[in-house]
Structure formats: structure tokens, C-alpha cells
Design a protein around this ligand. Structure first.
Ligand code: PLP
Length: 367
């Protein structure tokens, strides 16, 4: 298995390094005070110290089901399985589908590709365009694999966002070929304009819709979930139980006490969107000014900005950037081209964005 290159880079950086590498939220946006209050309530409950049910805390599952239903995707609490982050959701689903083939986007999320490798799932990568996966390629592939893994909202690493027509075509293909869809959606709430309905809504009985609190609240809580039809979800509960019995009742309870006032979360997400939009704009403007050769499309949400530096080996460029104290992830790490780069624009401050991009320019000029 390929070790996460991103983690390796993070290990080799010091506190002066400006990192555009990880998928880290802006730490200034964690609602620490509200979470502390939620934590105090949770710590006062005897139940958080006991073993709990594998499918998750009932009120939290009910809250998530209501969140989907209010958003136009009717969901019951027993269609939700709580996991330790959406990474564990991917792990459980991969184990269940061991030995199969799967259609994926190219490039795609490294953490999922590693799990597919571990579980002997052979991947069929189909090119990803800014408006979504290549449709003829997808149709030909899904007919063989009958299983797909897609990230339609502000994809990791490319930031691509599937258009509504694209989503409709994929849903039709899944129906036609009796296929299952794993729709990974950690960034779906981080749009700058308006949401686009999920593919899962069109195929509720053939999809695993993955959600997480990592990008809208705090990744340290390790709370994610799978939304699926009961027939699909029930066999996964045994896998969840075999893996770790259940997700920590303490963090589930903290999350629930925070979430129960849904308006607080809505307000918080609005704040994240507006801050990330401002950061993306600053990042994109600085790139245009300082690295005019970098060819990219401005993302409409999410946490990543992806593009190419024609005729540049970006792994070699990264090696020159490390001693200058700035890092990013070369696109080739995700299965992208050798001249591609993924930048995370959410973690650094406005000043660091300016400074970091300046250091990359110096590294380029030093050739
Ligand atoms: C596409 C995608 N899926 C899943 C994850 C895992 O997120 P978590 O386990 O924190 O929910 C990430 C994290 O960056 C991601 O980008």
C-alpha cells in the first residue's frame, strides 16, 4: 500500500512551514466555546462511559436523518450508521465489497484508493472533468463493475463539481446496470453559492451516501456516517461491530449537544462558507499575479484549488520548496498528471497564502 504522501510531508515540516498540503480546516473556525459547553453536558452523562450500540447514538442518528429530510432527501434514523469519520465508513464498505472491481474518478482521494487496494478491490479510473466524471467512460465502466466511488461536490483533489445533468445521467446508469454508488460528500455543505442535490437522492436504494462533521465542525471529533437504505445498511452494522464495536459515545454525545440547536450549526456553516470563499479568492488572485503559468479553474466551494504548471515536474518543484518552507501535494500522488498541483486554501492565513505562493515562485525561478 502507498503510504499517504500527505502525512509524510506533514511529518517533515516544522512550525515555520507554510502548508498548502493537508485537507485541514481553518483552526480559527472551530467553535471551541460552544463545543466546551456541549462537552460539559456530555461528561455529566453516565451513559458516555458505558459500551453503546454499534449503529450509534439514537438522538444523533435522528438529528442526521432530520438534516437530510429537511434538505429534501427523506431519511429515517435507522437508515443512518455512525462511523469514526467517513474514513471508517469507506473502510467498512470496502471490506464488505472485498474482491470486487470499482469505478473511480481519476484523480481521486488517496485515502479511498488505499482502502480499495487493501481490500483487493481493483479500481477502474475514469477521467474527471470540471463538470464531472467522463460520462461515456463511466457508462462503459459501471456496466462491468456495478460499483462506483464518486465525490461529486468539490472533489478531492480537483475541486470539480458535478452539474445537475451529470448527476442525472449517473443515476440513470446506476439504475440501468443495477449498480451501487458510494457517494462521498465531506465538502457538500461548503458551497459558495447554492447547493446542488445529491445523486443519492435520485437512487436512494442503490447508494451509500457518506457524511462527516470533519469539514463543518471539527475533524478531531471523528464523527461520520453512512446514509443508506436498510437493506444496504443492515449487513454493514456487523462490520462496524467487528471493527471497533462502536464510535466513542463521548464524542457522539458532544456532537449531539452541539448539533441539537440546529440554527447554531447553520450559522456556523454560513461563517465557514464566507471565510473560505474569501480565502479562495485571495489564493486564486495571488496565484494569477505571482504564478501566471499556473492553469486552474476557480472552485465553487470546498477546500482545494487544483491546476497544472505546464512543462513542470511538480514533485521536483516540491523538493525545491521544502527547504524554503512551503509545501503542497503534487497531483501525481492522486493519479493526476506530473504537472498538476493540489493546493489547500483553507488552513493558511491570508498573509501565509501571499508569503507561501511567493516562496513557490522563488523555488521556480531558482531552477
Ligand atoms: C473525499 C474524502 N473522503 C473522506 C475523508 C475522510 O474524512 P473524515 O474521516 O475526517 O470524515 C476525506 C478527508 O479529507 C476526504 O477528502
Amino acid at each position: 500500500m502507498k503510504r499517504s504522501f500527505i502525512r509524510e510531508i506533514l511529518e517533515h515540516t516544522d512550525s515555520d512551514t507554510i502548508s498548502f498540503a493537508g485537507g485541514l480546516p481553518d483552526p480559527g473556525l472551530f467553535p471551541v466555546e460552544e463545543l466546551r459547553r456541549a462537552g460539559e453536558r456530555a461528561l455529566g452523562e453516565a451513559g458516555v462511559y458505558q459500551y453503546a450500540t454499534s449503529s450509534g447514538l439514537a438522538p444523533l442518528r435522528e438529528w442526521i436523518a432530520r438534516w437530510y429530510s429537511d434538505g429534501g432527501f427523506p431519511t429515517e434514523a435507522d437508515e443512518i450508521l455512525i462511523t469514526s469519520g467517513s474514513q471508517q465508513a469507506l473502510d467498512i464498505i470496502s471490506r464488505y465489497h472485498t474482491g470486487r472491481a470499482i469505478t473511480i474518478e481519476s484523480p481521486s482521494y488517496l485515502g479511498a484508493q488505499n482502502l480499495f487496494d487493501l481490500n483487493n478491490i481493483s479500481t477502474d479510473p475514469i477521467p474527471l472533468h470540471p463538470e464531472g466524471i467522463d460520462l461515456p467512460g463511466f457508462a462503459a465502466s459501471i456496466r462491468q463493475t456495478r460499483l462506483a466511488y464518486l465525490i461529486p461536490d468539490f472533489q478531492n483533489p480537483t475541486g470539480s463539481r458535478y452539474r445537475p445533468e451529470h448527476r442525472a445521467a449517473i443515476a440513470r446508469d446506476c439504475e440501468q446496470h443495477d449498480a451501487l454508488l458510494i457517494e462521498d460528500a465531506p465538502y457538500s455543505e461548503l458551497y459558495f453559492d447554492a447547493p446542488i442535490p445529491s445523486i443519492s437522492r435520485r437512487v436512494p436504494t442503490r447508494s451509500y451516501r457518506l457524511g462527516t462533521l470533519s469539514k463543518i465542525l471539527a475533524p478531531g471529533l471523528r464523527i461520520g456516517w453512512i446514509r443508506a437504505d436498510r437493506t444496504l445498511l443492515t449487513p454493514l452494522i456487523a462490520y462496524k461491530e467487528a471493527t471497533d464495536l462502536h464510535t466513542s459515545p463521548l464524542t457522539q454525545s458532544i456532537a449531539w449537544h452541539y448539533l441539537r440547536d440546529t440554527d447554531t450549526l447553520r450559522q456556523h456553516i454560513r461563517q465557514i462558507r464566507s471565510r473560505y470563499h474569501a480565502k479562495m479568492t485571495h489564493f486564486a488572485d495571488t496565484l494569477t499575479r505571482q504564478l501566471p503559468a499556473f492553469d486552474f479553474t476557480r472552485p465553487e466551494g470546498g477546500m482545494f484549488l487544483y491546476g497544472t504548471l505546464p512543462d513542470t515536474d511538480t514533485r521536483a518543484l516540491l523538493r525545491r520548496c521544502l527547504p524554503r518552507g512551503v509545501v503542497f501535494v503534487p497531483g501525481a500522488e492522486f493519479g493526476g498528471s506530473d504537472d498538476a498541483i493540489r493546493f489547500n486554501y483553507t488552513h493558511s492565513s491570508m498573509t501565509e497564502i501571499e508569503e507561501g505562493i511567493g516562496r513557490i515562485r522563488e523555488a521556480m525561478e531558482a531552477v
